[in-house]
Design a protein around this ligand. Structure first.
Ligand code: PMV
Length: 347
């Protein structure tokens, strides 16, 4: 056991030093803050064409492109204040977290990438406006808001692409959380990931809505990163995933340009189901769905057969996100009374 912990610490510290070297090509990490405090906001996002699989696990470089829609006012606010002491203090939704809590450690590790060891501490106040009951991942909006606040605090003046690259190191999907609306993360081909960043898609579609149907608050059996790596390493179905993403992405871009809602919904649902098929077929199998997830999928199929244009997507968990249009909201709320309706265009 001790040997295992020792090995995993060595692995962690190697990973951290590789990342520290990487960020030096983007920013001068010897810079001290130029202002006492900085604030920012980033929306959460839901992938319609999923990111599933890394070509570089240290730099979070994806094997494929992905496309998301941001969740408007549902996201993370971040305030970073220079502390009078060397240690960080992490305050999440008004409560100070113990230093050893996974969230505080992950955030401090991320901040460490951008400062010389032992120079200054930060008070990090993070507030999530993602309804906690909705079970939406806040890591994407969290890391995107942190990098935006750091950009101001340290006076870097980075452009959006550079911010997306640095947010990616916190969590892959954070690279897409710097914008509102539809966002396309280009996988890129450079081994160093200089061309792997997200860009906004120039289109608003005011009728499109996301509905979050919370089915379970239980802790995930396996993290998305571990599940992703297991899938790419062991699932025979994964071989066809990159080609499918390229195909789905083309259809989604076409659907967005021509405002073809059924094409967008069908493609997004098919893409999510295919992603889950790759993980279900990994060894050992990763199955995030609960019996309630399956029941909800059947209900969505039934609603569709009755003429409601509703589609679903599922991430690394049992909860379901619905893709629908404004006019169908009431019909959906009568079937899914706990659904949290989100207007992505309100921000
Ligand atoms: O960014 P991560 O490492 O939390 O992975 C996100 C994975 C999915 O949510 C399942 C897909 C996606 O593109 O957001």
């Amino acid at each position: 056991m001790l040997r295992y912990l020792w090995r995993s610490e060595i692995r962690e510290s190697r990973l951290k030093s590789q990342r520290i070297r990487y960020v030096k090509q983007w920013v001068d990490t010897s810079t001290m803050p130029i202002v006492k405090s900085a604030e920012s906001y980033a929306p959460s996002n839901i992938a319609l064409c999923k990111y599933w699989g890394k070509r570089n696990r240290v730099l979070n470089l994806p094997l494929t492109d992905s496309l998301s829609v941001s969740l408007g006012t549902h996201g993370s606010h971040c305030r970073l204040t220079l502390a009078d002491y060397e240690q960080d203090h992490v305050i999440l939704d008004g409560k100070e977290l113990p230093k050893e809590s996974p969230f505080a450690r992950r955030l401090t590790d991320y901040l460490d990438l951008f400062r010389p060891a032992g120079t200054y501490g930060l008070i990090c106040e993070a507030t999530n406006t993602v309804p906690t009951a909705a079970g939406l991942a806040s890591s994407a909006s969290g890391f995107a808001s942190v990098i935006m606040a750091l950009n101001q605090l340290l006076g870097w003046n980075l452009d959006d692409a550079q911010l997306s690259i640095l947010a990616r190191l916190g969590s892959g999907s954070a690279s897409r959380s710097l914008w509102h609306g539809f966002v396309h993360w280009h996988a890129g081909s450079d081994p160093d990931g200089t061309d792997s960043f997200a860009v906004p898609v120039d289109c608003t579609w005011p009728e499109v809505r996301i509905g979050v149907v919370m089915l379970s608050t239980a802790k995930k059996p396996i993290s998305s990163t571990d599940a992703m790596n297991l899938t790419t390493d062991t699932s025979h179905l994964y071989q066809s995933w990159p080609a499918q993403v390229a195909h789905d992405l083309g259809l989604m871009q076409q659907a967005i340009c021509s405002r073809d809602f059924d094409l967008l919904g069908q493609t997004a649902e098919h893409n999510a189901m295919s992603m889950h098929a790759t993980m279900i077929s990994s060894k050992p199998s990763v199955l995030y769905w609960s019996p309630e997830t399956v029941a909800a999928i059947h209900q969505i199929h039934r609603l569709r057969s009755e003429g409601v244009a509703v589609y679903l997507t599922i991430d690394a968990g049992p909860n379901i996100k619905l893709l629908y249009q404004k006019q169908d909201e009431q019909a959906l709320l009568s079937t899914f009374s706990s659904m949290v309706p989100i207007n992505p265009w309100l921000h």
